[in-house]
Write a protein that binds this ligand. Structure first.
Ligand code: FES
Length: 109
């Protein structure tokens, strides 16, 4: 498996999450305020809620249901009720193409 094009960079709005599925893997893709594109698992670990329906705040994506904010860098929830992280995917930008490999998650410490 290799990285696949999932979006055009020019289609992303800053601080807005977009839901994509790559080989059946749901992800929330976010262009943050610093111009960095992140991709994290789209399903909140507290419930079956799409994180891309939530709110971007800095480098976090907050679940609208009960307010857990997940780090876009590490996938970790920064507050309860969620306590398990979501996966973080490696994003490659090639010109206007946003490429993601759904089988490769970034190692976070
Ligand atoms: S479903 Fe996301 S915090 Fe409860």
């Amino acid at each position: 498996m290799s990285a696949q094009k999932v979006l055009n960079l020019s289609d992303l709005e800053q601080d807005t999450a977009v839901r994509v599925e790559v080989d059946g893997v749901p992800m929330a893709v976010v262009l943050d305020g610093e111009g960095v594109v992140h991709a994290i698992g789209d399903t909140c670990t507290h419930g079956d809620i799409s994180l891309s329906d939530g709110f971007v705040e800095g480098d976090t994506l907050e679940c609208w249901a009960h307010g857990s904010a997940f780090s876009l860098r590490t996938g970790r929830p920064l507050n309860l009720p969620a306590y398990e992280p979501v996966p973080v995917y490696e994003v490659t930008i090639d010109g206007d193409d946003v490429l993601i490999d759904p089988t490769v998650t970034k190692a976070v410490d």
